[in-house]
Write a protein that binds this ligand. Sequence first.
Ligand code: SF4
Length: 136
Amino acid sequence: MKRVETTCGYCGCGCGIYVNVADDDTILGISPSYNHVVSKGKLCSKGWHGFAFVRDSRRLTSPLIRQKDGTFREASWDEALDKVAKGFKDAMIAEDNTDHIGIVSSARCTNEENFLMAKLARAGLKTSSVDHCARL
Ligand code: SF4
């Protein structure tokens, strides 16, 4: 078994954890980092137990694009990001303003990532409609 020191990705607190990994790369469990400046050996239930998603068969591992019939097909990141960029561009031109564009960020992002999302919204997409999943 090896212990991989990292940061819990469930919320922006950024608690320090060790992921205990078996020789076949199976995650056996999580241990807190007692010396971490934020968490000091304490974790909430998500930090301790929230790792089953890693091997969940329903986990998305590539972008999906919705088809006209409502089904999804796998796409490359380049194709998916081009489609998103075109969608934003078309919406900004069609509406002649950005009232219909908004960004929903995530509680699983760090403060710095959420700051960048707000910058993208305000400076890039010219909208102040920025929200956060913690309010949903
Ligand atoms: S252990 Fe809990 S409080 Fe700490 S980062 Fe993870 S989810 Fe957030």
